[in-house]
Design a protein around this ligand. Structure first.
Ligand SMILES: [Zn+2]
Length: 265
């Protein structure tokens, strides 16, 4: 129920996934030198950083971050599947403004809660919620996420996952939308103490936005999720250039090795 439309897989999504995986394989020797025990994870992390240069994992709890990193490593390495983060931790002040804006847009707190929760209830503010992309990656996480205590929570948000180690492998019950299952569904909670002044550590450009700008920013993020992630020409060029550099480095390394072996003979 309320299952959003399926976003068809774009041919370039396959290409991005393949290029990122090739890059991870090429980076493996360097990752092995750096950290022999966790070379695969490190190589995938480097390659994914090039594919999703704008994503930010700061603010997530250590557990959520480790689980997400391990899950996306397996997705890429074993199944060639990309998983990117659209939105992880959110500052309470930002979450409050998103909620207020949704109340204004939808007409009431009750209808706003179908899409956005106030900061006191949002698991994005707690650092355990992750909005992922593209749709195929979210589907992979739905199938394999339990191994990492990562679960889809809402019927109406295919992109929203939460780190729930307390559920011990049993998926937490799925809810139709974020507004269901909180005690305060009927009575919105009082405004939290941080709603007046912005707390420290707030991302400055988000803080400087007026409500219209913030709404456009959030709507853009949602569109980005539906489209399966933004990848501009610059991002692709970075990956291709990095791939060529690594490849040339590898060839040079082999040539030097052959030269050394020949001389030793
Ligand atoms: Zn979310």
């Amino acid at each position: 129920m309320n299952e959003p439309r399926t976003v068809p897989l774009r041919p370039r999504d396959r290409l991005y996934a393949t290029v990122t995986l090739v890059l991870a394989v090429l980076l493996l020797p360097a990752a092995f030198v750096r950290r022999p025990g966790r070379a695969r994870e490190l190589a995938c992390r480097w390659a994914l950083r090039m594919r999703f240069p704008a994503e930010d994992l700061t603010g997530l709890t250590d557990g959520a971050k480790a689980a997400f990193t391990a899950a996306r490593t397996e997705a890429l390495w074993r199944h060639g599947q990309l998983i990117g983060l659209t939105s992880g931790y959110r500052d309470p002040h930002v979450q409050q403004r998103m909620f207020d804006e949704e109340v204004r847009r939808s007409g009431s707190p009750a209808s706003a809660r179908m899409l956005v929760l106030p900061p006191a209830e949002s698991n994005h503010v707690k650092g355990i919620a992750l909005d992922v992309r593209p749709h195929e990656g979210a589907r992979w996480l739905e199938d394999h996420g339990a191994r990492y205590h990562l679960y889809r929570i809402y019927d109406n948000e295919w992109w929203h996952f939460e780190y729930r180690p307390d559920s011990r492998g049993t998926p937490p019950p799925r809810r139709p939308h974020p507004g269901v299952g909180h005690d305060s569904t009927l009575c919105p909670p009082p405004r939290p103490p941080w709603s007046g002044a912005a707390p420290p550590g707030l991302i400055p450009n988000v803080r400087a936005m007026d409500n219209n700008e913030l709404f456009r920013f959030v709507a853009g993020k949602a569109q980005e999720s539906l489209r399966g992630g933004k990848m501009n020409g610059k991002g692709l060029a970075t990956i291709v250039v990095a791939g060529i550099v690594v490849l040339l480095g590898f060839v040079a390394y082999r040539l030097i090795l052959i030269e050394l072996i020949t001389r030793l003979r």
